[in-house]
Write a protein that binds this ligand. Structure first.
Ligand SMILES: C[S@@+](CC[C@H](N)C(=O)[O-])C[C@H]1O[C@@H](n2cnc3c(N)ncnc32)[C@H](O)[C@@H]1O
Length: 278
């Protein structure tokens, strides 16, 4: 169902003021997220919370902390799954990991990791392809609730069948069920997979770069930003990669016409894999 409504100029102004207030009060900067994304999320929020209008919603959110929290939650789109686009993980396994330096600690960043499914997929592949190597994987997101779930590494057991197929399509040949303990409802990933993962809150819009990484996955995050914000975030990602490091974006994202496009060359256009020039 498409729940998009075009915001009229008055509604747009109210929403802009609300986003400005959110930034002022909480430092959460949604001001340059794409208009389409914002109007879609706001329309869905108005409908779900049974507000009669955008005006009523803005008024309530400005005045009531619980509504504000709900509104913030509604702006986060945590949709994710393990081995999403398995051909990307296959490429990672077969072509990128063999390129990673064998001499230093390998540092990886899963930026916009949501509830962690991408990070655990990555951790499993690194565990299989680089046995015994020291690897540190940072996984960050803006959304605290998603990060809380990610840290736990607990997922519904009914999803494991699809994830096992994703694992196999990514070139995995082991028994996937050895990576987790399951009961009737949940599957919990093993300590062996979790031990090199560091989950932390990081806002790609307002926080700075915090390391020099060999590999960054930032998939399905840039699509929510407007052009100017995409530019800024790509600069941050470029700054956070060591020369020769690899960046992977989502399947609808690219570096085309970005000012930092020339920092990179394409390793695989279809899979959105880029390497930072040395
Ligand atoms: C659709 S999910 C993508 C999850 C995963 N990367 C994947 O491709 O399956 C987008 C994630 O981006 C996060 N996000 C949105 N704005 C962000 C920001 N400014 N800084 C960090 N994360 C952000 C959201 O909280 C959400 O978890």
């Amino acid at each position: 169902m498409d729940d998009t409504i075009e915001l009229n100029p008055v509604e747009q102004k109210l929403v802009d003021d609300l986003l400005q207030e959110l930034y002022r009060q909480r430092g959460l900067d949604y001001r340059n997220y794409s208009r389409t994304f914002l109007s879609r999320r706001i329309s869905a929020f108005v409908k779900k919370q049974n507000f009669n209008s955008v005006e009523e919603m803005v008024e309530r959110v400005m005045e009531h902390d619980e509504d504000l929290e709900r509104f913030i939650g509604s702006l986060s789109l945590p949709t994710t799954r393990m081995f999403r686009d398995p051909q990307v993980f296959r490429y990672l396994r077969e072509s990128i990991i063999p390129m990673l330096s064998r001499t230093h600690l390998t540092k990886v960043w899963s930026a916009g990791c949501s509830t962690g499914e991408e990070t655990y997929s990555l951790a499993i592949i690194l565990h299989e392809e680089l046995p015994g190597r020291k690897i540190l994987t940072f996984a960050t997101d803006l959304n605290e609730k998603s990060l809380y779930k990610a840290k736990k590494g607990i997922y519904q057991v009914r999803r494991m069948r699809a994830y096992t197929l994703g694992y196999m399509a990514s070139g995995g040949t082991r028994d996937f069920s050895n990576y987790y303990q399951a009961d009737d409802e949940n599957a919990i990933f093993n300590e062996d997979i979790k031990k090199n993962l560091v989950f932390a809150q990081h806002n790609l819009v307002t926080d700075s770069s915090f390391n020099e990484f060999d590999l960054i996955l930032c998939r399905n995050v840039l699509i929510y930003f407007n052009r100017g914000l995409q530019e800024r975030v790509v600069k941050l990602l470029s700054k956070s990669l060591r020369p020769g490091g690899v960046l992977i974006l989502g399947d609808k994202e690219s570096l085309r016409a970005m000012s930092s496009q020339n920092d990179f060359f394409e390793l695989d256009r279809m899979l959105r894999v880029f390497r930072k020039r040395e």
